[in-house]
Design a protein around this ligand. Structure first.
Ligand code: AKG
Length: 247
């Protein structure tokens, strides 16, 4: 582990490197992997869209970041559509025994019911454009069609809206969920911290049109958060997390 400076598009940031980052060689094969391989996460990230792949310290997970998963024009189109067409609502959730309003609005889409922080959502009809995005992600990752069976959509109006540290480790997602997190709108910092070793941290600046894949044991060993940035004058941001209920 070493402290290192790396360049982010906006500024130099210091990160503690606890892992290795590599670009894997391009694979010509586009045959979908099997459901079993996907669940066991026994696959290599295809590199058709140039991901930056980060193996987290000691086999504790894998992150793959696609900074420009969508072109600017595609991302602009999706942002506008999602803002105008999803049914955004603010729900109460239970945190540490207290009922609070979520500090963001959400929309839920998917075949399956999903419960987190005392809130049960779905099932609902798929929005056709969200389905289109889901299919593109499945194709890039060589996942079987309809692998992702639900999507949690979060909308942050400004820098006061946020998501606190948590992991997506609900039982129905399985131990090694593949979660595809696609961002439209305002670029914002996104943090990971190891659950037991406070020195291990990873930071991204999730950009308009980017996708971050969390896989392997990431949810078991790491928490993630989209922190508040109250003075940052941030505009609206939408994030879609494509997931699979396996049981
Ligand atoms: O908006 C984000 O990027 C955070 C999403 C997230 O952490 C989640 O849905 O679990």
């Amino acid at each position: 582990m070493s402290d290192t400076w790396r360049k982010s598009p906006r500024k130099l940031v210091q990160t503690t490197i606890t892992d290795s980052i590599k670009k894997k060689p391009r694979k010509a094969d586009t045959t979908p992997i099997t459901e079993k391989e996907a669940l066991e996460n026994d696959f290599e990230f295809p590199t058709t869209k140039d991901p930056i792949i980060r193996e987290l310290h000691g086999g504790t997970g894998t992150l793959a970041y696609y900074p420009r998963y969508f072109t600017q024009a595609q991302a602009d189109k999706y942002l506008k559509y999602l803002e105008e067409n999803l049914s955004w609502k603010r729900y109460p959730i239970t945190m540490f025994g207290k009922v609070i309003q979520q500090p963001r609005t959400i929309a839920y889409i998917g075949d399956k019911e999903y419960t987190y922080s005392g809130l049960t959502l779905g099932p609902t009809e798929w929005d056709p454009i969200v389905r289109e995005i889901s299919y593109q992600l499945e194709d890039t990752l060589r996942l079987p069609r309809d692998y992702f069976n639900f999507v949690l959509c979060n909308r942050y109006e400004h820098g006061e809206e946020y998501m606190g540290y948590h992991s997506d480790n609900e039982k129905p997602l399985g131990e090694r969920p593949i979660i595809a997190s696609t961002t439209f709108g305002q670029a914002r910092p996104f943090f990971f911290k190891h659950k037991t070793d406070k020195n291990k941290k990873v930071e991204y600046n999730l950009e308009h049109g980017s996708t971050l894949i969390m896989s392997g044991l990431t949810q078991k060993y790491w928490k993630h958060a989209l922190p508040k940035r109250p003075k940052a004058n941030f505009k609206s941001r939408i994030n879609l997390t494509f997931r699979k209920v396996v049981s």
